[in-house]
Design a protein around this ligand. Structure first.
Ligand code: WTA
Length: 670
């Protein structure tokens, strides 16, 4: 639970945290906004940013209400801007009605009908341009297909698709009829898919035969069949998009091809007007327990802040080609591939595949060929492309870029500087954006025309976001040498509304440890003398592997479900490229394996985790021992395991261990 280990990066020992802070505090490079960027920006100066922040602070409800009026077209205006009578179950813009797909599509038809909404490139190289009017037609047609299968207001629909335009169509079609979508990342296995379908009691699944990834076909329909063969009784219909052309089995009465379902249906579909608080989507994410939680977002509050942050942080303009490399299976894909850009009438670039296909120049080639102006990606991607050398990006014309962004994990100053020099040619501001699945939209990030950046810092909270860093007693920490819990002191419109079907988990995870006084993010951070935020990492048992969020407990329970495993403990080991890698300590059933058997078991267990959760959750390293080090109360001594994984001297007191020999086994010495 948040607060259980407030010492630093995903539980890094105190000494390492202090080291981190030391290295960060010696970072004195500063990059003021370029004058020409500021001159044309939505927010043009630090004074303007501060003025907005002051306005928001004086009267937050009036501030957000103003934005809600300017960013959204309402079917019926709201009359209760904010309601905290059921805190921490807050609600925003009560009495109002809207439709999110209407806001992303119909309202642009008057002046942007022919503008490209989605510029798509598949991994094999196929390119499609879809205008706002075409997207509108496709969404309406598919919304009618959903309706024809009896899907309507409040029904849950799981989307398990490759990164193709139809994934966006599917999301917006759900929004159009008030169905609640739950996108499951295409890299998750059938087991993860099944759990999510069952938790949400989804009535339909929208999938594809397969998608292209890393030169292979990811067989999504087959994974879906497997999930459905093992439960998922709520699913009545499976829509299947033909994408990769691989053979699939269609189950009569249940499965239907997308093109057949949509054929002959009208390209008009009256939007269903929903209340502001109607759930737009669920998105499952990992927490501190073995089961992922269905983070529930609202319609109006969510849309207001994703649209506003497109302007504040990405400074979006009509002429931009905006490329966020995230998969729609993650929150970043929801907010900054789909809802944010489309709410603003932007052109969004969507790429289906892996960054190094056919070679490590793919991203830069896409930027060049499509004239990308804003490029938003994860530090892991930057680090791995950086490793390939400067000569690769140097082959491409990157002069269309005007703004760069990062998200998902802390970025080390070295990668930040590389991004600035080699990709941004010193010209483009970099926005390091801190936020979470739960926050819905960016919370802390430089406003690029206003705020001076420092490599490795996400800088200052956005207007209306009362971020703070607190100690165990909830007192604000301003001492730059002291890390603490990152919290948000006031509710904001795009915050999560619930954990699907689990009110208690919502309350207990995010609010109760603070007595419901503030939202607890689960990260540790510190603030420098100028009030800039520096994120150190998670303070709970959540890992960030290549920017993907995974729970240690989830991986542990997957391992423990293997017939040859008695017990397992998983920790994150710091890694230069991926941020963290997964390191597992396993107690096998029966005798400890010989070297040969251990190698075979390791292969088995890695494959097993890939089928239970997904390939991204495969442990990089597995060590075997006769037991795991535990405290007297039976808690696994994770800090000890972290030291062992990193091969550093053990800082934890091991005298309480029943069998000190275990440490040697875990270190791989005996
Ligand atoms: C981490 C991703 C440092 C953080 C949008 C957070 C970051 C978790 C940053 C949420 C950043 C996200 N600097 N760390 N700019 N952005 N994080 O839910 O630990 O997949 O709590 O949302 O990612 O991950 P999630």
């Amino acid at each position: 639970m948040a607060g259980s280990d407030a010492t630093g990066h995903a539980g890094t020992p105190q000494s390492a945290t202090t080291e981190n802070i030391d290295s960060i505090l010696t970072e004195d490079r500063r990059f003021p906004p370029p004058a020409d960027f500021s001159a044309a920006a939505h927010i043009r100066s630090l004074d303007d940013y501060r003025a907005m922040q002051q306005t928001a602070r004086r009267d937050p409800v009036a501030f957000w209400s103003g934005l809600a009026r300017s960013e959204i077209q309402w079917h019926r205006p709201f009359n209760i801007a904010f309601d905290d009578s059921r805190a921490p179950y807050y609600s925003w813009f009560g009495g109002g009605q809207l439709n999110v797909s209407y806001n992303c599509l119909d309202r642009h038809l008057a002046d942007r009908a022919d503008k490209t909404a989605i510029l798509f490139e598949g991994e094999p190289g196929d390119v499609r341009r879809i205008s706002y009017s075409e997207l509108h037609r496709e969404v309406c047609r598919f919304a009618n297909a959903l309706k024809a299968r009896g899907i309507g207001l409040g029904d849950r629909v799981v989307i398990y698709m490759p990164m193709v335009p139809e994934a966006v169509v599917a999301m917006l079609a759900c929004a159009r009829i008030g169905a609640i979508h739950s996108v499951v990342f295409g890299g998750f296995s059938s087991g993860s898919l099944r759990n999510r379908i069952e938790d949400a009691s989804a009535r339909a699944v929208i999938t594809a035969d397969g998608g292209h990834r890393d030169g292979r076909i990811v067989e999504l329909k087959a994974a879906c069949d497997l999930a459905l063969s093992q439960g998922c009784g709520s699913v009545e219909t499976v829509f299947v998009l033909r994408r990769a052309g691989n053979p699939v089995q269609m189950k009569g009465g249940r499965d239907i091809w997308w093109h057949e379902a949509a054929a002959g249906l009208s390209a008009d579909c009256e939007p269903v007007w929903v209340d502001s608080e109607h759930p737009l989507f669920l998105l499952y994410t990992s927490g501190s327990t073995g089961t992922p939680k269905g983070i529930q977002h609202s319609s109006a509050g969510y849309l207001v802040v994703v649209a506003a942050t497109m302007k504040w942080v990405f400074d979006i303009r009509d002429s931009d080609i905006f490329w966020c490399t995230a998969d729609i299976g993650w929150i970043t894909g929801h907010s900054y591939v789909v809802y944010g850009p489309l709410a603003c009438g932007a052109t969004v670039l969507m790429y289906e595949g892996a960054p190094a296909v056919p070679d490590a120049g793919r991203f830069w080639s896409i930027c060049e060929r499509h004239g990308v102006t804003i490029f938003y990606t994860a530090p892991t991607a930057i680090r791995s492309l950086m490793k390939m050398g400067d000569s690769i990006p140097a082959r491409y014309d990157l002069s269309s870029l005007r703004l760069l962004g990062t998200v998902g994990e802390p970025i080390n100053p070295e990668a930040w500087m590389w991004f600035r020099h080699v990709i941004g040619h010193e010209r483009c501001p970099i926005v390091d954006t801190w936020w979470q699945t739960e926050t819905g939209a960016i919370m802390i990030a430089p406003v690029p025309g206003a705020v001076t950046t420092k490599p490795g810092s996400c800088t200052l909270p956005l207007p209306g976001i009362e971020a703070d860093i607190v100690d165990a007693e909830g007192r604000s920490i301003t001492d730059p040498y002291q890390g603490g819990q990152l919290v948000i002191r006031r509710p904001w419109p795009s915050m999560l509304r619930a954990v699907w079907g689990n009110d208690k988990r919502y309350r207990e995870t995010y609010w109760e440890p603070s007595g419901a006084h503030y939202y607890i993010a689960g990260d540790t951070a510190h603030r420098d003398r100028e009030g800039y935020f520096w994120i150190l990492g998670r303070s709970d048992d959540v890992l960030k592997v290549s920017g993907h969020r995974l729970g240690t407990m989830e991986i542990e329970s997957a391992l423990a479900a293997h017939p040859r495993v008695a017990e397992a403990a998983v920790i994150g080991k710091p890694d230069e490229t991926k941020g963290e890698t997964i390191f597992a300590f396993v107690v096998p059933k029966g005798a400890r394996p010989t070297a040969e058997y251990a190698a075979e078991l390791t292969r088995d267990l890695r494959a097993w985790v890939a089928t239970q959760i997904g390939p991204i959750a495969k442990p990089e390293t597995i060590r075997y021992a006769d037991s795991l080090p535990k405290t007297r109360s039976g808690k696994i001594m994770r800090r000890l395991l972290r030291d062992i994984a990193q091969g550093v001297p053990i800082t934890q007191d091991t005298s309480t261990l029943e069998n000190e020999e275990i440490v040697k086994q875990l270190q791989g010495q005996v």
